[in-house]
Ligand binder design. Sequence first.
Ligand SMILES: Nc1nc2c(ncn2[C@@H]2O[C@H](COP(=O)(O)OP(=O)(O)OP(=O)(O)O)[C@@H](O)[C@H]2O)c(=O)[nH]1
Length: 566
Amino acid sequence: MNVIRKQWLRIGVQEKLHILIQGTLIILFFILMEWVVDRFEVQIDRAAESHAEETADGLINGMNMLMLTGQVSDPGNRRLLLDKMSQSRGIAELRIIRGRSVVEQFGPGLPEEQAADAMDREVLATGKTLFHRVTLADGREALRVVVPFIAQRNFRGTDCLACHSAEAGSVNGAASVTIDLTEEEAQLAEIKDLLWIGHIVLQVLLLVIISLFVRMVIVRNISRPVRKLHDTMAEIQHDMDLSRRADVDANNPDIGEMAQSFNVLVGKLEDATARLQLFAKMFDNSSEAIVITDAQRNIVAVNPAFVEITGYTADEMMGKNPKVLSSGKQTAEFYNTMWMTLNETGQWSGEIWNRRKNGEIYPEWLSIGVVKNHRGETINYISLFSDITKRKEAEQRIEFLAHYDSLTKLPNRALFADRLKRALVIASRNGKKTALMFLDLDKFKDINDRLGHLAGDLLLQSVAERVKSCVRESDTICRQGGDEFMVLLEDIAGADDVAKVAHKIISVMSEPYQIGEHSLTVTFSIGAAIYPDDAGDDKALIHHADHAMYRAKESGRNNFQFFKRA
Ligand SMILES: Nc1nc2c(ncn2[C@@H]2O[C@H](COP(=O)(O)OP(=O)(O)OP(=O)(O)O)[C@@H](O)[C@H]2O)c(=O)[nH]1
C-alpha cells in the first residue's frame, strides 16, 4: 500500500488525472459488459426452459398416443418414441420416469425409467417442475428440466384416470429433458469476445482522446500559466525588482488567484523592504552610535557612528559584550541599578563614561531599549549613544564664562559678588574682619593706545598673575572690568594686614613687564575698606573701597589709600 502511495505521489498531475478518468471508464465498461453478458445468459436459459417444456409436452402427447393405441406396454415402442424425439434439435437426453402409482400398477418398467437422482425424486414428490444447469459427461453445458405428469381427468386433453389407478392430482411420472446449450454457449462466447475486442478498441481510443484532452486542459489551464508565474517570480528574484507584478488571468480562477496572492505578497515585501531600507539608512547615517545585542547581550550589529566614536571596527565587536567599552569609572552598583531599571521599565538612559579603543575615556549619553517578542521574551537590546565630550566642554565653558573673566581667568563680578556676600556672612557670624581692595591700573589707556589692544590684553593677564601671587589661596581676586580689579581678603586682623598686601602689590608691580619686544612698567592706584569697620554690607564696602581708590588716584597714583569718612 505504501509503495502504491509513493508511486502515486511521484507521478505528475497529468498522469494522475488520466489514470483517474480512464480507470473510472474501465470499471464502468466492465460493469456494462457483465450486465450485457448476464442478460444474454438469462435469454439463453429462458429459451432453453421453454424448449424443454415443449419437448416434455410432446413426450407426454407421444406417450398418450402409445397408451391410447395400446402400444405403451411394449418397452421397444417407448424407447422408439424417446429415440425419435431425442433426434430433435438441441436435445441432449430424454427420459420418462415412472411415478409410484405407475410402478405399483404396471411394474418398474425399464431401468432408465426409474428415478435416477435427487432431482427426479424431488419432482415426483412435489409435482413441481425443476430446472438445473448441468455439465454433461463430455463437458458440454446443458439445461436439465424435469416436468411432472399429473394424474387428472383431463391432463392436457387426456383422462389419465381412465387407465391409471391413481389419485387425481397425484404425480404419475415425469419427463427429464436435457437441452444442449453448446450452440448458445458458443454464441455467448462469441458475444463476449466481441465485447472484449470492442472494449479494448474503445479503451485504446479513449487513451488517446483522454490523453490529448488532459494534456490540453493541463497545459492551457495549469502548466502554461504556472510556467509564466514561475518566470515572473524568477525575474523578480534575479533583478530584485519588487515593483514588478505577475499577470492575473481572470478566466483562470485557480492560477489567477495564485498570481493575485503572489502579487499581494510581493507588494507587502516591497513595502517591508522600503521600510527596511529606510531603517538601514537611518542606522548607517545616524550621528548617534547604535549597538544591537542579542538576549545574551552579545553584539550582533553596530553602525558606522559607533565605529567612529569608539575606534573599534564592526568585525572586532561582533559577538562581544558591550562591557568591553567600560571605562571602569562606573561602580558595579551603577550597572546593577541600570539593568534593574531596564528589566522593569524596558528602557534606561543616562550619562556614562566609556573607553575608546585608543584608551581615551569619554562621556556619552546612552539610551538602552529592550526589544521583546510576542511572548514577552527579551530578544534584543538596542543602545544609542552619542559622544558628549564637546557638549560637556561647551557646558563647562559656559559655566566658566558665567563666573570667570575669559581674559584673566579670574572670578568675574558675579562670582565675586557671591563670594563677597558669603565672606561677610561668615565674618559677621565669627566676629572677624574682611577687607575689600579696589585696584585700578594707572594710565592704562596710554599703553593700549601706544602698543595696541592685544598688548594691553597680555599685560592685563600678566598683572592678574602678579596680583594673585600677592594674596593667599583663600583670598579672591576679581576683574571688575577694564583695568579694574578687586581683592577680597578674608579673616584679617586689621588695617595693617591690608596695608601689607597693598604695599606688596605696589612693590611687585614696580618690576617691568616684557610684552613682546616692549618692556613696560605699570602701577596701581589702590583703595581699601574694611568690614565691619568702614561699611555694614557688601554694596557699601565696594562703594567705599572704590572711593578710597579715587583718593589714591587723586594723590598722584601708584599709592594705597584706606577709606576715610568725610
Ligand atoms: N587691552 C584692553 N584694554 C581695555 C580692556 N577693557 C578696558 N580697556 C581699556 O582700558 C582703558 C582704561 O582706561 P581708564 O581707566 O579710563 O583710564 P587710564 O588710562 O587707566 O587712566 P587712569 O585710570 O585715570 O589712571 C581704556 O582705554 C579701555 O579701552 C580690555 O579688556 N583689554
